[in-house]
Design a binder for this molecule. Structure first.
Ligand SMILES: [Zn+2]
Ligand SMILES: [Zn+2]
Ligand SMILES: [Zn+2]
Length: 121
């Protein structure tokens, strides 16, 4: 199946930065000519096909990031600052999952708490 134009435009938004997590709202604002339903449908397909992973960086909205990004996040619940955690322990789980016959497409690991700046305020 060919990837749609919208899916390609969405994926191109993530090029560049190592941590490029974007909320659905940010993605929508970058593609103002595409209607909301189309964007959500494409995001859904990209997650299902293993290109993007869905993470909840805030309670209101999901964020998306390329599934191959091998890092995680620490999110401040006060200022919503996102810090990248440049570590991934996927290999610790893969043998266990294999034994269960489970094939993972992607995984997420987010820590929620209070950042240094907010703690010293
Ligand atoms: Zn990230
Ligand atoms: Zn903070
Ligand atoms: Zn990981």
């Amino acid at each position: 199946m060919d990837m749609s134009k919208t899916s390609q435009s969405i994926l191109s938004l993530f090029k560049g930065a190592v941590c490029s997590a974007k909320t659905a709202r940010e993605i929508r604002s970058k593609l103002p000519r595409v209607n909301k339903v189309t964007i959500y449908r494409n995001l859904e397909n990209l997650v299902r096909s293993g290109k993007l992973r869905r993470i909840s960086l805030s309670e209101q909205e999901f964020s998306y990031e390329p599934a191959k990004a091998r890092h995680h996040h620490a999110i401040c619940v006060r200022c919503e600052r996102i810090e990248m955690i440049d570590a991934c322990k996927e290999e610790n789980f893969s043998r266990y999952l294999k034994k269960k016959g489970f094939v993972p497409t992607y995984h997420t690991l987010e820590f929620f708490g209070v950042c240094k700046q907010c703690l010293t305020k």
